[in-house]
Design a protein around this ligand. Structure first.
Ligand SMILES: [Zn+2]
Length: 320
């Protein structure tokens, strides 16, 4: 499979995104269809199978796909090809997606955690190009992550490495749906930042967003970023705390893994320098001076394509 075209799929709770990638790794064409996850596992496998058939029909003679890489929200086992459970895919408990999809399409399938797939996508074709060690942090609803060391994706013994968002930022801190307390994603994800401002206002803190929050309007991290720029003391405090926790996590990752680049993706990166500048300042303030081995802190460049490009690239690694 090393020199053949591949299909990359990014399976989400709302949409299935797919791409046909040439042997060179170039994305030739992309597709997106609704997942219809509420209709159950079998139905979604049917939709995936139909989509693969559509791609095969569209592919030219020289670009017939010979394998499929699929990124799925975990937890899952890459080695066994089983999804243990996915929050946005109701009823998907211990489902053997790799073998079911392989049987239905007649093609080999490689199953990967979606955050790992996105990390590998950025590594081979995006912000990680040209380096050998990279960490990706996706700052969105939660915080996802993926680690590439010496050109290889790090999966760990139970395929659960790279869960950067569930590293502890505050011992016994804010409860997390994962069962722990004080996870990084409960402070530094886009959702957590907005949630913490809403909580502070409920506790009587002064904020430029107070009126909207009391009216019941939904507040997002973009609103908080704007309120910071307008001088809101509560927004500024919570934003600074989020950046400090994130910087501490990145410095810990630096000492553990010595990556060349730490790449950020997800909704929070829309804040641009408002996110990167305090991270860089915290690095300058907190990091050691023993050696000059700072990673570059950069934004992802592939946006929504990272997952499907990475899934295909990992399928290539797997099946070559
Ligand atoms: Zn957690």
């Amino acid at each position: 499979m090393a020199d053949a075209a591949l299909i990359g799929i990014d399976l989400g709770g709302t949409n299935i995104k797919a791409g046909l990638l040439a042997a060179s790794g170039r994305l030739l064409e992309r597709w997106s269809v609704p997942t219809e996850a509420d209709r159950g596992y079998r139905h979604v496998v049917g939709r995936l199978t139909d989509l693969v058939a559509t791609i095969q029909r569209a592919a030219g003679r020289g670009t017939q796909p010979t394998g499929i890489g699929i990124g799925v929200p975990g937890p899952l086992s890459h080695r066994r090809g089983i999804i243990f459970g996915a929050p946005n895919l109701p009823g998907w408990v211990n489902v053997p997606l790799r073998d079911d999809l392989s049987k239905a399409t007649g093609l080999p399938v490689s199953l990967e955690n979606d955050a790992n797939a996105a990390a590998f996508g950025e590594f081979v074709a995006g912000a990680g190009r040209g380096c050998t060690c990279m960490v990706l942090l996706t700052l969105g609803t939660g915080i996802g992550g993926g680690v590439v060391i010496d050109n290889l994706l790090v999966r760990g013994v139970f395929d659960s490495a790279g869960e950067v968002g569930h590293m502890i930022a505050v011992l016994d801190g804010r409860p997390c749906p994962c069962g722990q307390k004080g996870c990084l994603e409960r402070y530094s994800s886009a959702n957590a930042i907005a949630e913490r401002v809403v909580e502070a206002v409920a506790d009587g803190a002064e904020s430029l967003l107070a009126q909207r929050i009391r009216r019941g309007d939904e507040i997002n991290s973009g609103d908080v970023a704007r309120a910071c720029r307008d001088g809101c003391p509560t927004a500024k405090r919570i934003w600074a705390e989020a950046c400090n926790h994130l910087a501490a996590a990145c410095i810990n990752l630096q000492h553990l893994l010595n990556p060349q680049r730490i790449v950020f993706s997800g909704g929070l990166i829309n804040a641009g320098d408002q996110l990167l500048s305090p991270l860089r300042e915290a690095f300058a303030r907190l990091n050691w001076r023993v050696t000059n081995d700072f990673p570059e802190l950069v934004f992802a460049t592939l946006a929504e394509d990272a997952g499907l490009i990475g899934a295909a690239a990992l399928a290539k690694e797997q099946c070559a």
